[in-house]
Structure formats: structure tokens, C-alpha cells
Design a protein around this ligand. Structure first.
Ligand SMILES: [Zn+2]
Length: 402
């Protein structure tokens, strides 16, 4: 059998296989079961979460020869033709290559005549926000007064860019970012079926890097499995997704907390020399700092995606840094994110963001100060208690800077 890319092979053929979109699936299947068919649907969400897949499934469910009201059978001629993109009554159009007003006019004229064979004529307009203003205006009339048995399914990654006039005519479905844990499960399922060897840590790296997109996660797995001849190498996965060794993130965070700028410069230099993508490394470090913040708050390490040994070290580091300092560090990193993402000199932007972080004035716990002052005045020294998490009462004040 010819090789088929995993993303295509694992594209869902029924609603229940859409990963992580239970709310959308429930609403759609219930409406179909009751024969409540809208004239225009709008599917929004980030890339690769199943919008166009769901649109195709809906087109099949509307037209399946086994009857309306259940999912697609995937066996009748209509279902098969829609899967192959060969059904004359189901049009899939990429708005990005179809944004001219003349094209939209031509389309709307052709839609006046209803379906030629199927129950419904279905127009899937992907990336609908890419249409020009005039193209939207040309579309609006037919969306407002559609001929019978015509269904529009709009898909977009930018909901804000869709005009309100169109929005108000649509039944809207928001596709969510798929949580990393669900992506991991999905990848593990694919690995088992495709006989791909991959450690849980490698799958976790891929799932995190995909940032909620099923398609990206599966494509990454495919790339790594092909590269490793059906074995996903953990080091290769880390490299591709731009994840440094966890120890390096620990060292970096420690250096930032201790204002150890030479070490920060050294690590930034190593990242650049090794050819990592600065944006990916920045994003991973951000996630790492977020984990540290949760630990500083007294959160359990078990809930984090870290090996036990690293979790122990990070807990100690997080306590030492203190909640307030970590919070300010995260706020600073978030504020620098766009700069790193958009800069042509990403490695430089990364280094500057980290150095600035190391130069943030450090907040010190009141107890620590009092203990230090008490010690200096010759008062009896008491063992210093570990700072309690803020939930137990605010113990940190911006009392001093280094
Ligand atoms: Zn069918």
C-alpha cells in the first residue's frame, strides 16, 4: 500500500473521533438527530483542531444516502464522493485563493439552482476571514436569503475578522485548543496502531509543542517517526520541538533568580550555537517558569509534566525564588514574547529578554529581612521558616531590592 501521511490517514471519519471537541460534537449530532439544519454554520478555532474535518463530516451527514439524522455511513456513494472531494453538490473553497468579488458573484449565481443530486448543496468556505470587504458584501445577500436546501459552512482561524453582518446569520461553533494530555493520548493511540516506538516523554514533548493543534501534533510525530525509521528518538524530538534539556532550563532559571548574568549569556549563546529555534525555546522556558510558579504556590509536582527528580529540584528552586519574584518574572517574559516571536534577530531578542529578567529587582520576604536584621543586632537567632505560600497569608512585601 502506498504510504499515506499520518495526518491524512488519521483524519476522523465520524464525529466521535474528533479529538477534544466534545461540546461541538454533541451540539451538532443532537441538531442533526432532530433534523434542525441551520442555513449557515461558522466553525472557529486555531489551525488543525478539526474545523474543515467537521465541515466535511457535516456535509456527509446532511447528504448520506442512509438518511439524515445520523452520522455519515462512509460507505454510500455520496459519502465516498465527499471524502474524495468529488461530490458536485459539496463545494470546498479556500477563501484565501477565492477572495475576488467576481469569483464570489459567480459562486452565488451558481448556487441559485439547488442541489443536483444530494439532499443539500453544501458550500464549505475555509479561512472565510480572508474574503475582501466587497466579496463579503456579495456573499451577504445569499446568506441573508438563501435558496432552499443550501447550507453554508464557514471556517475561520480569525473570528474577529468576520463581519458582524455575516456572523449574525450563522450558527457558531467554537473549536477549542486541544489540551496536551488529550493530544498525548491520541498520539499514543496512533503509535500503537502504526507500530511506532515512542517514549511517553517524547510524546509529551510533541504534544506540548503542538500548542493544542491535533494536525500539528500528528505531523510532528510523522516527521520524527519517518526520520527515526518508526522509532521516535527522545533527543531528536527535543531538538525538533526546540526543547532544551530540562537541566538547562533549571540552570537558566537559577541564573535569572540569582542575577547571574554571565551564566544567562552563556546559555543563550549555547542555544544559538546549537541552532535551536529561539521562539520555541522561549515558549518552553515560559511554560517551565509557569510550572515553577505553581510549585511556589504550594502546588503538587505530580500534576506537572516533569520527571520526579527534576520536579524535586524545581520545587526547591521555586521556593527559593519565591512566588512574587516568579510572578514578576512571568509577567516580564510575557511582555517580551512578541518581541522574540517577531524579531528577525530572534536569538538576540531572546538573550535580551532573559538578561532583563535577571536584572529585575529581587523582592525579599519580610521574615528573611527581620531575621537578617535581628542577627545583625545580636538578637537570639531563630531558625528561619520557609516562606509560606501566599494562600496562607501575604508574607512577601516589596521591602527591599538587592
Ligand atoms: Zn453515507
Amino acid at each position: 500500500m502506498a504510504y499515506q501521511v499520518l495526518a491524512r490517514k488519521w483524519r476522523p471519519k465520524e464525529f466521535d473521533s474528533l479529538v477534544g471537541q466534545e461540546a461541538v460534537v454533541t451540539a451538532l449530532t443532537h441538531a442533526l438527530a432532530d433534523h434542525r439544519i441551520a442555513q449557515a454554520y461558522l466553525f472557529s478555532g486555531i489551525r488543525g483542531v478539526g474545523k474543515t474535518t467537521a465541515a466535511r463530516l457535516l456535509a456527509k451527514a446532511l447528504n448520506c444516502e442512509k438518511g439524515l439524522g445520523q452520522g455519515p455511513c462512509n460507505e454510500c456513494r455520496t459519502c465516498e464522493e465527499i471524502t474524495a472531494g468529488a461530490d458536485l453538490d459539496v463545494l470546498e473553497i479556500d477563501a484565501a485563493t477565492y477572495s475576488k468579488v467576481e469569483q464570489v458573484r459567480e459562486l452565488t449565481e451558481s448556487l441559485q439552482y439547488g442541489p443536483s443530486r444530494d439532499r443539500y448543496k453544501v458550500v464549505v468556505l475555509d479561512e472565510v476571514h480572508r474574503l475582501s470587504r466587497q466579496a463579503f458584501d456579495a456573499l451577504l445577500k445569499i446568506v441573508e436569503e438563501p435558496p432552499p436546501r443550501l447550507v453554508f459552512i464557514f471556517a475561520t482561524t480569525e473570528l474577529d475578522a468576520v463581519p458582524a453582518t455575516i456572523l449574525s446569520r450563522c450558527q457558531e461553533f467554537q473549536f477549542r485548543r486541544v489540551p496536551a494530555s488529550l493530544l498525548e493520548e491520541h498520539l499514543a493511540k496512533i503509535c500503537a496502531a502504526e507500530q511506532i516506538r515512542a517514549s511517553p516523554r517524547a510524546l509529551s514533548l510533541i504534544a506540548r509543542a503542538a500548542e493544542g493543534s491535533v494536525r500539528d501534533a500528528v505531523a510532528l510525530l510523522d516527521q520524527l517517526a519517518t526520520f527515526g525509521k518508526d522509532t521516535v528518538d527522545e533527543a531528536a524530538a527535543a531538538r525538533v520541538v526546540g526543547a532544551l534539556d530540562l537541566g538547562q532550563y533549571q540552570n537558566l532559571l537559577a541564573a535569572i533568580v540569582d542575577a547571574d548574568t554571565p551564566t544567562v549569556v552563556r546559555i543563550a549563546g549555547e542555544v544559538e550555537a546549537a541552532g535551536y529555534d529561539p521562539r520555541q525555546v522561549f515558549a518552553h522556558f515560559l511554560a517551565f517558569c509557569r510550572d515553577a510558579l505553581h510549585l511556589a504556590l504550594g502546588g503538587a509536582a505530580a500534576g506537572l509534566d516533569l520527571p520526579p527528580e527534576e520536579a524535586g529540584e524545581l520545587t526547591a528552586l521555586a521556593r527559593r525564588a519565591g512566588y512574587e519574584n516568579l510572578l514578576r518574572l512571568l509577567a516580564h517574559l510575557l511582555a517580551s514574547e512578541n518581541l522574540v516571536r517577531r524579531s528577525d534577530a530572534g536569538a538576540l531578542a531572546l538573550e535580551i529578554a532573559w538578561l532583563r529578567a535577571a536584572e529585575l529587582p529581587r523582592l525579599i520576604a519580610v521574615e528573611e529581612l527581620l531575621a537578617a536584621a535581628g542577627g545583625a543586632a545580636g538578637a537570639p537567632t531563630t531558625p528561619r521558616a520557609a516562606p509560606a505560600p501566599p494562600a496562607a497569608g501575604p508574607t512577601l512585601r516589596s521591602a527591599a531590592t538587592r
